[in-house]
Write a protein that binds this ligand. Structure first.
Ligand code: ADP
Length: 139
């Protein structure tokens, strides 16, 4: 059975460019309920741990640099089929390939600075949510 929760971050580029409100509006208008949310900033160590799966990739250093350069919005979202529906809503990793009207199509600037994160599995959604939030911050 598909899970009901996913984890997202509005990344530093979208926060810098003033898109927090528009992105949250699109998320809630698409039927996702916000069950945890905060404005926070990742340390280098946080970003290295969060993206550990990519640590052999050539863009890893650039990714850590980018994700730590300013505040992010972290949130846990609830909806039926949350992980897959949210991946559809955000669009492809590369905004040049993201479908019309998706969040990355509208707000991302490059494959690296692509405005939002969305978990890629129910298992990672749970791990990523627990990485950012204490139990009492999740509703
Ligand atoms: P997604 O975020 O769509 O699940 P990945 O898990 O493949 O994509 O990559 C994680 C993040 O790493 C991307 O969202 C993006 O910020 C960054 N990234 C991925 N590929 C590249 C690349 N070729 N160059 C720079 N940054 C990249």
């Amino acid at each position: 059975m598909a899970g009901k929760r996913t984890f997202t971050m509005i990344k530093p580029d979208a926060v810098e460019n003033g898109h927090i409100g528009a992105i949250l509006e699109k998320i809630t208008a698409s039927g996702f309920k916000i069950v945890a949310m905060k404005l926070t900033q990742l340390s280098k160590r946080d970003a290295e741990e969060f993206y550990a799966v990519h640590n052999e990739r050539p863009f890893f250093g650039e990714l850590v640099e980018f994700m730590t350069r300013g505040p992010i919005v972290a949130a846990i979202l609830e909806k039926e089929n949350a992980v897959s529906d949210f991946r559809t809503l955000i669009g492809a990793t590369n905004p040049a390939e993201a479908a019309e009207g998706t969040i990355r199509n509208l707000y991302a600037t490059s494959i690296g600075e692509n405005a939002v994160h969305g978990s890629d599995s129910d298992e990672n959604a749970a791990i990523e949510g627990a990485f950012h939030f204490a139990g009492r911050e999740i509703f």
